[in-house]
Design a protein around this ligand. Sequence first.
Ligand code: G3P
Length: 219
Amino acid sequence: MKIFIDTAVLEEIREVKELGILDGVTTNPTLVSKTGKPWKEAIQEILREVPDKPVSVEVVATDREGMKREAKELAKLGENVVVKIPCTEEGLRAVFEMNAEGAGVKTNVTLVFSPLQALLAAKVGATYVSPFIGRVDDISYDGLQVLEEIVSIYEIYGFETEIIAASIRHVDHVRRCAALGVDIATIPYKVIKQMYRHPLTDIGLERFIKDAEKAGISI
Ligand code: G3P
């Protein structure tokens, strides 16, 4: 499973990159607004930090022509730019038309909450699709069950669109994504840091250190 970080905070991206586990970055307008930086500056900094892995950047237009125009502008910012387009009728048409034109824009159909939306994203040739599992949980449905159905539908039909599990809230979401065989999980910084931790590792290490002292081990 590839690990993307779901953030626009440069320091978080840099730290996870230096840990050697970063496969890509996803942003959205909310995440960029939290940085307090002007939008373009924040995106360009991220693209400088991660020039060789996919970086998702979202359009803000909601009409097809506006989305296509923004998508083509965003794609000029770097070869690794992936344009996030909402899963609306206009958004799906924008993805289809850009593919038909051979525009060469990589797309990530976002704000996906159902298997049928994911099916349509694959049909129009999206590069990636982003089901939001945490937000499905928020309305008392099972986000992982939605994801499982999407994974199964994509396997049955051999769709090439890669699935990015998004809106991940805790480590158990990550574990279940990995067990499902999802292509990618985009994970907030805080959750990535929690993935390293286990209380038995801390207890075990403490005991080894004490015993090493007792045994007079020094290397
Ligand atoms: O990047 C999109 C998605 O991951 C948003 O997550 O926590 O705002 O539902 P959240």
